[in-house]
Design a binder for this molecule. Structure first.
Ligand SMILES: O=P(O)(O)OC[C@H]1O[C@H](O)[C@H](O)[C@@H](O)[C@@H]1O
Length: 430
């Protein structure tokens, strides 16, 4: 992964080489803390050990029994869906299995899927770290029933990824389902490089070891200086920018294959860093498409953003046919890749000219190695940001409140505080 901070120095008042140099001594201290956490396998920090600890053979063996399915349904939410979906979206081609992610409980969407899919040729991949998430368990019960109704032996078509306890573990034990274990100390949003994120990749036949090698190459670059570690450079720079008012981080991949990566990044950044009244709001954009929709705001709206542009340095290309249409001759002889590169650089220039900070992130290619680099690099960046901002990166108490509230409102437990707040919604305008 390559991180180019060039434009933030030119565009952001107060972010000077001098500031980065001073920040670098704090990066060194934070790196020591991170290393201690990794060595002691502390909760959260243990995720950065995954390139060394993940057992790819275990994952491949667990899914071996499923022979080339037509479809894969992943039932999971948040960190239990986004990592797998990001890897899959980056690597999938039309000859792979169709993949679906039940990460919502919208009955219309689930009915539509279950009514059209061939359940006999489907593998169900159920993922929940806690094993207790209401949405995931509800969706799994629905899928299980649909399979039984279609005379499909659901227990032969299901693989579970979960922890040692919880409803999902009980269910797996009761039906003798194959179980992949969620490693200790790895929070959901940092679990893409574990059993949680790699089971779909294994089912699809992607090269798990190359994903892990990509991640390991970023791990090798973690050091006590932001100038030597692209991941730390990104974490430290976005922190410095947030301190100077860049409270939104618009992540804009110039690659359709990386569109989902922006979704994954949004959870990582929002849940990890949004604490104690601080944080940086992730926004999702896609280049070049959103140049024609969101760029106006990023260049001319409030000065409260940094734009992160992401692209592969190499990709398969396609020539644009020559044309003699008036005014279009400039396209002839170019390729779509060249046009996309010009759009990317034009966006950087356009933001910089308006004094808007932007950071460039590149990988060599969107392949197994590249996606491993990006996932690991951004996780390390996030942890570095969290250390500098002094937030508890690995907790999500605000989400827990909502989970308990939903359960309480459904009658699954007392939570009077939520009921009292819900009852106060009386300002109905019709
Ligand atoms: O994997 P699970 O335990 O089902 O959790 C799924 C998701 O639940 C919550 O919303 C947490 O805030 C997320 O961080 C987590 O990824």
């Amino acid at each position: 992964m390559y991180v180019d901070l060039g434009n933030i120095l030119e565009t952001t008042p107060g972010v000077t080489p001098d500031i980065l140099d001073r920040l670098d001594s704090r990066v060194a201290t934070a790196h020591d803390r991170i290393q201690t956490g990794m060595e002691n396998e502390e909760h959260g920090y243990a995720a950065l050990n995954l390139p060394e600890t993940v057992d790819t053979d275990e994952i491949k063996t667990a899914v071996d029994r499923f022979d080339d399915p037509e479809s894969i349904i992943t039932v999971g939410i948040g960190g239990s869906a986004l990592g797998a979906a990001t890897i899959d979206a980056a690597l999938s081609t039309p000859d792979h299995a169709d993949t679906y992610y039940l990460d919502n409980v919208d009955p219309e969407a689930i009915n539509a899927l279950l009514e059209t899919i061939d359940l006999e040729d489907t593998v169900v991949n159920v993922v929940s770290r806690s094993g207790t998430t209401a949405e995931t368990l509800a969706n799994f019960l629905v899928v299980q029933e649909a399979m039984a109704d279609a005379d499909v032996e659901w227990s032969d078509r299901t693989v579970v990824t979960t922890g040692d306890e919880g409803n999902l573990r009980d269910l797996a034990d009761a039906h003798d389902l194959p179980v992949l274990r969620v490693p200790d100390g790895v929070p959901g949003r940092f679990s893409a490089l574990s059993t949680v994120g790699l089971a779909v990749a294994a089912l699809q036949g992607y090269d798990l070891d190359a994903i892990v090698e990509g991640a390991a190459s970023e791990a090798d670059k973690l050091s006590g200086s932001l100038y030597d570690s692209p991941a730390y450079a990104y974490g430290a720079a976005t922190y410095a920018l947030a301190e100077r008012g860049a409270l939104t981080n618009a992540l804009m991949p110039y690659s359709e294959d990386l569109e989902y990566f922006a979704e994954w990044f949004a959870q990582l950044w929002a849940e990890s860093l949004g604490k104690d009244g601080v944080g940086q709001t992730p926004a999702r954009a896609l280049g070049a498409t959103d140049q024609h929709s969101q760029l106006q705001l990023y260049r001319a709206g409030p000065r409260d953003k940094v734009v992160t542009l992401v692209r592969p340095r190499n990709r398969r290309d396609r020539q644009i046919p020559e044309t003699d249409l008036d005014g279009l001759s400039y396209l002839g002889g170019s390729s779509l890749g060249e046009l996309l590169a010009a759009e990317f650089e034009a966006t950087e220039a356009s933001l910089a000219a308006a004094g808007r900070p932007n950071i460039r992130i590149e990988i060599d290619r969107v392949d197994e190695r590249g996606i491993g680099e990006l996932l690991y690099g951004m996780e390390a960046a996030c942890i570095m940001y969290g250390e500098l901002a002094n937030v508890s990166t690995f907790t999500q108490p605000a989400v827990e409140w909502g989970k308990r509230a939903a359960r309480g409102l459904l009658g699954g437990g007392e939570f009077e505080e939520a009921a009292a707040v819900a009852d106060k919604r009386e300002l109905l305008i019709e």
